[in-house]
Design a protein around this ligand. Structure first.
Ligand code: DGJ
Length: 731
């Protein structure tokens, strides 16, 4: 068992292969956090707790005159609110008597084999061979509010997941105003926060900043995890590198409003919390009712950021992504969006499909514009009926012809959105989220359907099934092109309006689950104007997500670099598009666009018929190599070899097979310089004892030599020039 309770010390120790996590029930029933880091066995780590009398940090009543015992300075497992801890609260309520206090004390525990589920929410999955679960019940003895702290321990993967289940034991309703999924208190050390911010077309830009005294927050209140801040963060020591040093990673398995807060307190201790944002949230918990927080996934690595990312990559690939395409090779696709935008008909699509099939592409994806009155983005969303002016006879004849070319067929939807100029909106204006008497904020000319409504979900389910059943559709791209505002549901009473955003997510997850159960063989790709909802919550439903609307190779290097900290390559939708690039106007070689897109689930987003014969040959070669290296890139270990924020001249990354018999090192010389020094990169993850041949050219070096010496990029002229080294074990 990876979970051990020591009755004498009252400590709970969660052990994984390389880490220990410990908490302890103290004299007053407060659950204190004593340790998270390198394995320490089950030693009682509470010797580290250094109680001090600090001015203006009060003492709980039971501590009498013990002035050194204060919730305000103690490391805790799940911080209370309004009873003497002035730091970030884990929970906040409005009690039946109007007060705000929550004082959670230890009540009982249970250890069960296997992984817990969270009703209605995505979460890691696994059997008793994968994980064990600890449930600790905490109670407020006055209000009878209970919080059951769930921990699943993934021994092999060095992962701990957390979620909290609230139960109202009172005979009157209580309003939950805040309920985070996890709280981590670090007593010692200097820490830096790594977070992943950005904007549309520029998602997950990595920033690493010292944790200063006071509070920092990464969050979204857009009812979507957002382009602007990803629900994933890392705390690391200033000396932590890719290869060495301590670091903690936290990712939320949630796609709606969230907040990750970090506070350095008066004692230089650091608290990190992650969960649903408290803005736009107030959940009425009726007597006997339960509320479950989303799941938080945590890992600790004492061996740098590379190991931390690897832990996330493994757990996401094996225990979050599901379905046929969890491991099966994803087809190389061509998407018509940047080739045609809204201006297409069956002939044009078939031309694109033919050209692509000749070069080895395996699936045609028909993007926005195939339904309703949809010739631009001002109308049609919600009318999920085929536009027969563009596609005479519906989808079936087109899909049959595409299939006859040897291509699968995929289709775009944006189910959560509605255009005011649509039959759906004219029939059901109340289905769109808006506040009565107030004109709603428009974004991309569209409004959002209220996914908390059963009738909305039923309509979407019926329409999507009707379309999917009308032809052989083997892929769905589920897009979402605006963020929420004017939060209100005409379906909920006024005292429940604070529940709309979370109920929206619950409704969306329910619909996705229903559809995926009905169509288990469909490949689902998530999208939200690119990577606006690139999060662990969505990965439970889609094994890949369109990473960004920015397909420029240079920009993508930074976007994919940031993305790789928390998410595996297999989840990254990445395409080769035309030049000049539609987002930046930049011209980059096809070869560089190819090598960058191959660090993802690969495809094309242009009309391949417009390429020269030479370029077409290059595309054929790219597809061959994507297929050849698929196992390496999608199932292998991924290593970041350079940091594109520090090194603006060249970037490199590496894939190593799990058995270390082959490796692929990819790079791009981003900016050429005259008389440049050698562009040197490290090599990682090889077996030091094995011999490797480089690029099949007869040059053989041991793993030890290659990892000791690294490699030099060959000298090339020009910006954005790709580099590839393939290392194969030579026996
Ligand atoms: C945004 C997506 O990210 C694009 O790929 C494309 O599908 C458009 N929406 C279509 O409206």
């Amino acid at each position: 068992m990876a979970i051990h309770y020591n009755r004498e010390n009252k400590t709970f120790t969660l052990s994984t292969k390389n880490t220990s996590y410990q908490m302890k029930v103290d004299t007053y029933g407060v659950l204190i956090h004593t340790y998270y880091g390198e394995s320490v066995g089950d030693a009682d780590m509470s010797y580290l707790i250094d109680l001090r009398d600090s001015g203006f940090s009060g003492n709980i009543y039971e501590a009498g005159n013990k002035r050194d015992y204060s919730l305000d300075t103690l490391p805790q497992e799940y911080s209370s609110s309004g009873v003497g801890d002035y730091r970030i609260t884990s929970v906040s309520v409005r009690n039946p008597d109007g007060s705000d206090a929550v004082d959670l004390r230890y009540d009982s525990f249970e250890i069960v084999p296997g992984k817990y589920d969270i009703p209605g929410l995505p979460a890691l999955y696994g059997g008793p061979e994968d994980a064990d679960t600890l449930k600790i019940t905490m109670k407020d003895r006055v209000t009878r509010l209970c919080a059951v702290l769930y921990y699943s321990v993934w021994e092999k993967q060095d992962i701990i997941t957390r979620s909290v289940r609230f139960y109202n034991g009172n005979e009157k309703p209580v309003i939950l105003k805040k309920a985070v999924s996890m709280n981590l208190d670090l007593m010692h050390g200097q820490w830096e926060l790594m977070h992943f911010h950005g904007r549309h077309c520029m998602e997950r830009q990595m920033e690493r900043i010292p944790v200063m005294s006071g509070k920092m927050e990464v969050r979204s209140t857009r009812a979507s995890s957002s382009h602007h801040h990803n629900p994933f963060a890392i705390l690391c020591a200033p000396e932590t590198t890719e290869m060495a040093g301590p670091c903690y990673g936290v990712g939320l398995v949630y796609s709606g409003n969230y907040s990750i807060q970090v506070e350095k307190d008066q004692m230089n201790q650091v608290r990190l919390t992650a969960g649903i944002a408290k803005e736009l949230f107030a959940w009425q918990l009726d007597p006997g009712a339960e509320f479950c927080t989303p799941e938080a996934v945590m890992t600790f690595s004492g061996e740098g950021l590379g190991r931390l990312s690897s832990n996330f990559h493994h757990i996401v690939r094996e225990h979050l992504c599901r379905g046929k395409y969890k491991h099966e090779r994803r087809p190389v696709l061509i998407n018509n969006w940047e080739a045609t935008y809204f201006d297409f008909n069956s002939e044009k699509i078939l031309e694109i499909a033919k050209g692509a099939a000749d070069l080895g592409v395996e699936m045609l994806v028909l993007d926005d514009g195939w339904f309703g009155k949809r010739d631009d983005d001002t109308s049609g969303l919600g009318d999920w009926f085929v536009n027969e002016k563009k596609l005479p006879g519906g989808l079936a004849p087109l899909v049959e012809q595409v299939n006859a070319l040897g291509l699968k067929f995929g289709l775009w939807f944006e189910p959560e959105a509605v255009s005011e100029d649509s039959d759906l909106y004219r029939a059901h204006p109340d289905w769109a989220i808006h506040i009565p008497e107030r004109r709603p904020n428009r974004s991309r000319y569209q409004l959002i359907l209220d996914m908390s409504r059963q009738d909305v979900r039923d309509y979407l389910y019926e329409r999507i099934c009707a379309i999917l059943d009308s032809a052989n559709i083997e892929y769905v791209k589920w897009d979402m092109n605006r963020n929420i505002s004017d939060v209100y549901s005409t379906n909920l009473p006024k005292e429940r309006q604070g529940e709309v955003c979370h109920r929206y997510m619950l409704g969306l997850y329910e619909l996705l689950e229903k559809l995926e159960t009905r169509y288990p063989d469909v490949l689902w790709e998530g999208c939200s104007g690119g990577g606006g909802r690139f999060d662990l919550g969505m990965m439970y439903y889609y094994p890949q997500i369109w990473c960004s609307d920015d397909t420029d190779a240079l920009e993508r290097i930074r976007i994919q670099y940031g993305t790789s900290f928390g998410y595996p390559i297999s989840t990254v939708g990445s395409h080769v598009s035309a030049v000049p690039n539609h987002q930046t106007g930049r011209i980059t070689p096809l070869s560089a666009r190819g090598i960058v897109a191959m660090a993802g689930s690969f495809g094309y987003e242009l009309d391949l018929n417009l390429l020269s014969e030479e370029e077409k040959e290059e595309v054929k070669e790219q597809i061959r190599s994507f297929k050849k290296y698929y196992n390496l890139t999608h199932e292998g270990e991924y290593y970041r070899l350079t940091n594109p924020w520090e090194n603006q001249l060249y970037a490199a990354w590496e894939f190593v097979s799990q058995d270390q018999t082959e490796a692929l090192i990819c790079g791009v010389q981003m900016l050429a310089q005259p008389n440049s020094p050698s562009q040197h990169i490290p090599v990682r993850g090889l077996d030091p004892q094995k011999q490797y041949e480089i690029n099949g050219n007869g040059q053989i070096l041991s793993g030890r030599a290659l990892m000791g010496g690294g490699l030099n990029f060959p000298r090339q002229e020009g910006d954005c020039m790709p580099v590839e080294f393939y290392l194969k074990e030579k026996k």
